[in-house]
Write a protein of this length. Structure first.
Length: 156
């Protein structure tokens, strides 16, 4: 079984050949860059909590932080998957992209702030509580929109 992969110059298609099977994957650069940055920030956030915040946050606060990191990673992978069938300018793909991205900002971002509110002495951050479920709704809408985009996606 032979494997050969190459990037076609001037296009956003990747050809992956295994034997006689050729697979064309249309990749959206903007989505990949966003996912890469958010993935980088998730790794940094997880390491920061494990090594820097462990002394300052309670177990329940660390668990809140950990939940934010987990969901950030889940949706980074969703963005990466979205990029594999995304055509530039596709309305459903763009909508799913924004829903996932703003979902990460609202959901994970609010959890990071809520976990550290006592550390910062910002008790008023409790008002961020309703932002977390809003981020969850954005995630749900993102998954539904991505499914619709995949159903309507044409392979060539």
């Amino acid at each position: 079984m032979s494997y050969k992969g190459r990037f076609l110059q001037g296009s956003r298609k990747v050809i992956l050949s295994i034997g006689n099977l050729a697979l064309y994957i249309c990749m959206n650069r903007r989505i990949i860059i966003t996912a890469s940055i958010l993935g980088l920030l998730a790794v940094i956030s997880g390491a920061f909590a494990a090594h820097g915040l462990k002394k300052y946050l309670s177990a329940s606060q660390l668990e809140i932080w950990h939940t934010g990191v987990q969901y950030q990673f889940y949706h980074v992978f969703a963005l990466l998957f979205l990029s594999t069938f995304a055509k530039e300018g596709n309305r459903l793909t763009n909508t799913a992209y924004y829903l996932f991205t703003f979902g990460i900002i609202c959901f994970s971002g609010s959890l990071y702030l809520l976990a550290c509110r006592e550390l910062f002495g910002w008790g008023w951050l409790i008002v961020m509580g309703p932002v977390t479920p809003l981020g969850g709704l954005l995630f749900i809408a993102g998954w539904a929109t991505m499914a619709l985009a995949a159903l309507r996606n044409k392979l060539s």
